[in-house]
Write a protein that binds this ligand. Structure first.
Ligand code: ZN
Length: 352
């Protein structure tokens, strides 16, 4: 973000979002809110609501959701900063010039998204390469359909070679960015050398709610499919935290689940990547999971944001065994202090 803290909030309070949208779309008052036919999907009866108190719009048809800035970037196809400029002019305030430091940080974030996207494409390509047919077959054997594999952008990180590094360097990404992104690691044994962090693992790209890849989860292969025979290697490894990835805040699957959640499908929080994918494939599209840790307060609040009003009650799903019960008890401890009207959770236990 190139702007000082609080500046965007100032714009949001000074500009009425219904004015911004009302200039572009026909809106009608409905109680304390406004209604309109959603400009982001085709419809005849309005399911698009605008709330000036909250400064947000929300579509119950397609899940489109955001503030005035988001509306302008999506509706007018404006770059983020252009939308901010336009609203600032409307609010009668000047956009502060970014410092050199802020600028560098912002550009670094953009490069991180870029590098993650390129790596995703590489891993996906590897999964479908003829020489790795065994890996793809493993996923198919586990019941995943080709469509599911494609939509969740599953991939494979080869066990040997440094092809990914070569490709990324050739594209102009600096080596230290690849280390920062968590794709490469410095060797502790041989000074100056780097190695690929994900090796011989199935890759689950983790996206933010907009669908941008921000991290990877890597799952080990079973011994039957070329995985290590001993059980010392961790089953899952995850990208480190970066400027764009905060594991306590992001939720796996949210960009896929967003639409279903907006359509009032009950959000289901499960334990892992595979649970989310299996549920989605079975028709439960509103499933998400924390990222290798217990569910945090921020993740629950993030989820509530995307759920329609009056229905903010995600179902936290746990295994029926002792570990599951313990995890649920810990979740209760975290959730209790943040509960408020229309912000709750429900629990589901699977049979042992
Ligand atoms: Zn819509």
């Amino acid at each position: 973000m190139l702007l000082p803290k609080g500046f965007l909030d100032e714009i949001r309070t000074r500009v009425r979002i219904s004015d911004v949208i009302g200039k572009r779309v026909k809106v009608t008052r409905a109680g304390r809110e406004f209604k309109a036919c959603c400009p982001f999907h085709k419809e005849k009866t309005p399911s698009f609501t605008i709330n000036d108190q909250k400064g947000f719009y929300h579509c119950f048809g397609c899940g489109a959701h955001g503030d005035a800035i988001r509306f302008l970037t999506d509706y007018e196809n404006l770059p983020f900063m252009d939308a901010v400029e336009q609203l600032a002019a409307l609010a009668g305030v000047a956009v502060p010039k970014p410092t050199k430091e802020q600028k560098e940080k912002f550009e670094r974030q953009l490069s991180l998204y870029d590098v993650m996207e390129t790596a995703t494409g590489y891993y996906q390509h590897q999964l479908h390469a003829p020489k790795n047919k065994k890996i793809l077959n493993y996923l198919l054997e586990r019941g995943l359909g080709a469509e599911t594999i494609k939509s969740f952008r599953l991939g494979y990180a080869p066990g040997e070679g440094d092809e990914l590094k070569q490709i990324l360097i050739k594209k102009g990404f600096p080596l230290d960015l690849l280390v920062e992104a968590g794709l490469l690691r410095h060797s502790t044994q041989r000074k100056g050398e780097v190695y690929a962090f994900f090796r011989d693992r199935i890759i689950f790209p983790v996206t933010d709610f907009q669908g941008r890849v921000i991290a990877f989860g890597g799952r080990i292969l079973p011994p039957s499919h070329g995985g290590p025979p001993d059980k010392t290697a961790p089953k899952y490894i995850n990208s480190p935290e970066t400027e764009i990835f905060h594991k306590g805040r992001n939720l796996y699957g949210l960009s896929y689940a967003r639409q279903a959640i907006g359509e009032s499908k009950t959000a289901i929080v499960v334990e892992g990547y595979m649970d989310v994918i299996a549920l989605a494939q079975a028709g439960f599209k509103a499933a998400v999971a924390p990222l290798g840790t217990a569910l945090t307060e921020s993740q629950i609040e993030e989820l509530w944001k995307f759920m329609p009003e009056g229905e903010k009650r995600p179902v936290l799903c746990f295994d029926g065994d002792a570990a599951g019960q313990n995890a649920a008890a810990r979740a209760v401890d975290r959730v209790l202090p943040i509960l408020k009207p229309d912000h709750s959770v429900a629990f589901a236990f699977l049979p042992e």
